[in-house]
Design a protein around this ligand. Structure first.
Ligand code: 0PR
Length: 365
């Protein structure tokens, strides 16, 4: 550290220089994040110093967290769901598996996940000492439900399905997984970190949530399609009591027990997440999602006109192509199978899609 502090103007000019090295979202087609909605930024600023790790000091902010859980639970067809605001999909997935593992104490616990599952499950298995059993995908990049039953045994503590896969944007056959989970009496966690804020707003939503009786818990991230500030995730459980198994004693705090993974937790991004839902309502979210889906369709159609076929028709706003190279200046990502991957987030407007397609056309010319 410096012996004597830096003048504020010098400091901020240094910070600004670094900030200007960041890429603007303008040409980023590879991210599941997006600039926060203006009401999210405004709410965030209002709650900067709040800490949900000691909720008795911030009862107003804690009440907002409860409201966020109630809103998201309702969206997932279970207004009485338990839940709390996490730092994102990774923490939600870890915590869901912690609950599942505690509910079924066995010698060598395993979980059954689709080959498409996010790498946060690899972290979770490492931390929790779980064996990860991977189920292959079908031609549509969905978990092959027919192969699930054979992977489950007496040591299986959880089955995982993904609603809106990270790489191909498809929803696993959650209804079939729900049946299997009930039949085999296994905890079913649905990773809807991305799709949880998309699928409920589609014209014809595929069932993936608590409306399916076998679904035990759901991850859903406001900091992705919920246009909140970072970090804002949420873990929801069918039974609020399930969180009790994670409780540790916190004798000197305003609350005497805590089930969260993090101690100190931001209230700002939770207020931001709530603000967006409240401000837009179902109607506003449907409009945002309809726009993203329309842009996804236009992008796919445009790419195919240039001879770059889609890898799959996605259920959410993730488009993938057989296309080896992106035009200069654009950030796209590449899936493990080598497909170009573009996420049509709210900042990827129709105008952005048309500019990208024009550049693809020029590249071929
Ligand atoms: N589950 C799913 C289905 C996800 O897609 C992700 C992240 C997670 C869990 C983990 O969520 P957190 O990152 O919030 O812990 N999906 C994105 C990905 O890995 C995250 C991301 C976002 C990556 C923006 C890059 C980026 O620029 O692609």
């Amino acid at each position: 550290m410096r012996e004597v502090g830096c003048p504020e103007e010098d400091l901020f000019s240094f910070l600004l220089t670094r900030r200007q090295e960041d890429l603007g979202y303008r040409n980023i087609l590879s991210s599941m994040c997006t600039p926060p909605h203006p009401v999210a930024a405004r709410a965030h600023a209002l709650f900067l110093e709040t800490n949900l790790g000691d909720p008795g000091l911030f009862p107003g902010t804690a009440a907002l967290e409860d409201l966020l859980v109630e809103r998201l639970g309702t969206l997932m067809h279970h207004p009485d769901a338990g839940g709390y605001a996490t730092s994102g999909g990774t923490e939600s997935n870890i915590q869901a598996l912690r609950i599942a593992k505690k509910q079924k104490p066995v010698q060598s616990p395993n979980i059954v996940v689709p080959a498409s599952s996010h790498f946060s499950f690899t972290k979770a298995c490492d931390i929790l000492g779980l064996e990860m059993r991977t189920v292959p995908l079908d031609d549509e990049f969905q978990m092959d439900a027919g192969a699930v039953d054979g992977c489950i045994d007496k040591n299986t503590v959880a089955l995982v399905g993904v609603a809106g896969t990270t790489e191909y944007g498809v929803v696993d056959p959650i209804a079939a997984l729900s049946e299997i989970a009930l039949d085999r009496d296994v905890f079913l966690h649905v990773d809807a970190a991305f799709g949880g804020m998309v699928v409920p707003f589609l014209d014809r939503p595929v069932p993936f949530d608590f409306s399916l009786p076998g679904v035990s818990s759901i991850s859903v991230d406001p900091h992705k399609m919920g246009m909140s500030t970072i970090p804002a995730g949420c873990l929801l459980t069918r039974d609020p009591e399930w969180f009790a198994c994670l409780n540790v004693d916190t004798p000197y705090l305003t609350v005497k027990r805590e089930c969260t993974l993090a101690g100190t937790r931001p209230g700002a991004s939770v207020a931001a997440a709530f603000a967006v839902l409240e401000y837009l309502g179902m109607d506003g979210m449907r409009a945002v999602v309809a726009g993203c889906m329309e842009n996804t369709r236009r992008l796919i159609e445009g790419m195919e006109t240039f001879g770059y076929p889609r890898a799959v028709t996605p259920d959410v706003n993730v488009a993938t192509f057989s296309c080896a190279r992106a035009p200069a200046g654009w950030r796209v990502s590449t899936t493990r199978n080598g497909h170009m991957r573009i996420i049509c987030m709210p900042h990827v407007t129709r105008d952005v899609v048309e500019r990208f397609l024009a550049d693809i056309g020029d590249m071929d010319a």
